[in-house]
Ligand binder design. Structure first.
Ligand code: DGY
Length: 348
């Protein structure tokens, strides 16, 4: 699909993206926009090389693509100056290679914070209250009437929410769980989450003044402390060498038998084989997963686990957010082509 065929700058989007604002932005600024309409979901390096061709000023790409040495050198040879991932995460992008070939890299932080945190909160609730299992039971016509033991789950109020990686998304999630369900907080991050701490303190004071039990917070000295103490744990680190299999067999064993683990970051942060084994051996342990180690696949056995809620990497999938991500991605590419500052820059 080609927009503004006579535009001066050739910009490629490897996928169609929601909304029209991003398209208008590019075409109003003299770009010839080519949107790839290839049916297959994940484009290979070869597919993208063919799209780049001999002349290309910038590319908007997706987190499913492998943006490394091969693509950045080709983009640079084609005169390309900019690449933007339509994602906040950029573990699929070799930023060093991009720098080497003089291609600026952008990502799309900010607009997906609340949407992603809302999905992490949804998965926490779905796991705690066994919503998916109960839904399947109902649809299968198995409901014969109210029973004292039917789908008994966990009450969140007064329990402890654990956040590993208290950046933008982790902090927004923590705030939702604290304010929504009056949970106490324990978090682990290399940096102090000062604003989050202030929020919990102020909210705790408000609860106290209202005659309610105040909520508390603690910055853990180690990740293990969070795993041992929290009832619901949500993972929000970036994926790199240091966070690969951060949650492994040993660390799963440290968690409470009835804990809930939520992952909306990247699949390889959890050793999924170890997780399946843990779920099998601990039926009261539950997970809510948006991401998987080998997307689009799940490790064998995971799909059979009743104590797992699984969704297909949709944490940022609200209309407002996806349109915002598309707009930021277009601005990143346009900005570099036109010499404006790049909005999201993983180097900064
Ligand atoms: C991201 O942005 O990194 C998410 O995984 C998709 O929105």
């Amino acid at each position: 699909e080609v927009w503004n065929p006579n535009g001066k700058y050739r910009v490629i989007s490897t996928k169609s993206m929601p909304g029209t604002r991003w398209i208008n932005l590019l075409i109003e600024q003299d770009c010839r926009l080519e949107i790839c309409t290839e049916k297959k979901t994940i484009l290979s390096v070869e597919d993208i090389l063919a799209l780049i061709g001999d002349r290309c000023d910038g590319v908007i790409g997706q987190l499913t693509e492998d943006w490394g040495e091969t693509l950045f050198s080709a983009l640079s040879r084609a005169g390309g100056k900019a690449f933007s991932n339509m994602a906040v995460g950029y573990n699929n992008v070799d930023v060093e290679a991009a720098n080497k070939y003089g291609v600026a890299v952008g990502n799309t932080p900010g607009v997906l914070t609340e949407t992603t945190a809302e999905l992490a909160a949804s998965l926490s609730l779905a796991a705690a209250r066994r919503i998916v299992e109960a839904d399947e039971f109902m649809r299968a016509g198995k409901y014969e009437g109210w029973l004292p033991h039917l789908f008994v789950g966990n009450l969140l109020k007064g329990q402890t929410v654990g956040v590993i990686g208290a950046g933008r998304i982790g902090s927004a999630y923590a705030r939702m769980m604290i304010e929504g369900f009056k949970m106490n907080l324990i978090y682990y991050d290399l940096y102090q989450a000062t604003r989050l701490e202030k929020f919990v303190t102020a909210y705790g004071q408000f609860l106290k003044a209202s005659g309610e039990q105040p909520v508390t917070w603690k910055r853990a000295a180690s990740m293990e402390e969070v795993l041992r103490e929290a009832d619901v744990i949500s993972l929000h680190p970036i994926l790199d060498k240091t966070t690969y299999h951060l949650v492994n067999k040993e660390r799963l064993a440290m968690m409470k038998k009835e804990a809930i683990l939520v992952n909306c970051s990247r699949g390889p942060v959890i050793d999924e084989v170890a997780l399946v084994e843990h779920l099998r051996e601990n039926p009261m342990f539950r997970v809510g997963l948006d991401v998987f180690e080998d997307e689009p696949y799940m490790k064998p056995g995971l799909a059979d686990m009743k104590n797992a809620v699984v969704v297909p990497h949709i944490a940022s999938a609200s209309k407002w957010t996806r349109e915002g991500m598309a707009t930021l991605a277009a601005l990143n590419v346009l900005g570099k082509i036109k010499g404006y500052p790049v909005w999201g820059n993983p180097n900064s």
